[in-house]
Design a protein around this ligand. Structure first.
Ligand code: C2E
Ligand code: MG
Ligand code: MG
Ligand code: MG
Length: 274
């Protein structure tokens, strides 16, 4: 088909050496985009004060018909190279907003967090798309959080700040994802319209044994709070890890201890059980 040929030529024109696997992924990714075949799983975010689910992070799931599960980072990276990341992100955004509005209709007024990548912030149409979807699904802006990594923001700082300010004005919340792994300085943090810090899971996974991790997580939580931000620890895999971050005053946790990312139906079941 025409689409398939475009996929190959796009790929070969820009890059030199590619494995067969990658070419297959490119074509199937384009097809999945066209057919809106990507699935989204949701991982609960737990409010440590109440112990209940206060939100969910939307995570892309792509099951390839021959290769099986393709990690989302790989899908995103490929979509970025192909220049279709924004189309993909908008599909994920729309589906996540639709799902969140379903939770609200069922009596669970919780928020949804969606990951964005570099190109998304560079697109000036992002804000109006967010508006369009929120209006379409009749969801209040305060229930949408956009997760952005430090490096994504640093790539084009002034444009990022403009975009984030516009989204912020609507009421959308901004979260810095994988905090502590990027290159942002604290001076930047002050300038950015951000409401939430997500402490990277690499500092949390071994927190029971690693005293350095304990110090890092503790001081990150304090830093976040001193700037008026909500703090979230990701990668909480055990009860003890949860208790440690709770003792530091962390606001929310996300991790396998509570639940892996699950499909929409399973997530609604989790909501109904609490
Ligand atoms: P992220 O945004 O930091 O998402 C958290 C990752 O940690 C997810 O991996 C999640 O499954 C994993 N995780 C959660 N709890 C635990 C835990 O207790 N232990 C461990 N070991 N891992 C845990 P996943 O789903 O493989 O996603 C990886 C990354 O891919 C994400 O990191 C995000 O950067 C990117 N990604 C996923 N979905 C999307 C998307 O829709 N759009 C964009 N732009 N990026 C996405
Ligand atoms: Mg994230
Ligand atoms: Mg993260
Ligand atoms: Mg990550």
């Amino acid at each position: 088909s025409k689409r398939k040929r475009t996929g190959y030529s796009l790929y070969n024109a820009n890059q030199n050496v590619y494995s067969k696997d990658r070419l297959i992924l490119v074509n199937d990714l384009l097809e999945a985009l066209e057919l809106e075949q990507f699935e989204i799983n949701f991982q609960p975010k737990i409010n440590l004060e109440t112990g209940s689910i206060c939100g969910a992070e939307a995570l892309l799931r792509f099951i390839h018909k021959n290769h099986g599960y393709v990690p989302p980072d790989k899908v995103i990276e490929t979509a970025e190279r192909m220049g279709v990341i924004h189309r993909l992100s908008l599909q994920i955004l729309k589906k996540s907003i639709a799902e969140c509005s379903k939770w609200h209709r069922q009596g669970y007024p919780i928020s949804v967090s969606v990951n964005l990548s570099v190109r998304d912030l560079a697109s000036t149409g992002l804000c109006s798309k967010v508006k369009e979807f929120m209006e379409e699904f009749n969801l209040n802006y305060e229930f949408l959080t956009l997760e952005i990594t430090e490096n994504v923001m640093m790539e084009n700082l002034s444009l990022s700040i403009d975009q984030l300010n516009k989204l912020n004005k609507l009421g959308v919340k901004i979260s810095i994802d994988d905090f502590g792994t990027g290159f942002s300085s604290l001076a930047y943090l002050k300038r950015l319209p951000v409401q939430e810090l997500k402490i990277d899971k690499s500092f949390v996974i071994d927190i029971e044994q690693d005293e350095n991790d304990q110090q890092i997580v503790r001081s990150t939580i304090d830093l976040g709070h001193s700037l008026g931000l909500t703090t979230v620890a990701e990668g909480v895999e055990t009860l003890t890890a949860m208790e440690i971050v709770k003792s530091y005053g962390c606001d929310q946790v996300q991790g396998y201890y509570f639940s892996k990312p699950v499909n929409p139906e399973e997530f609604r079941r989790l909501l109904s059980m609490q």
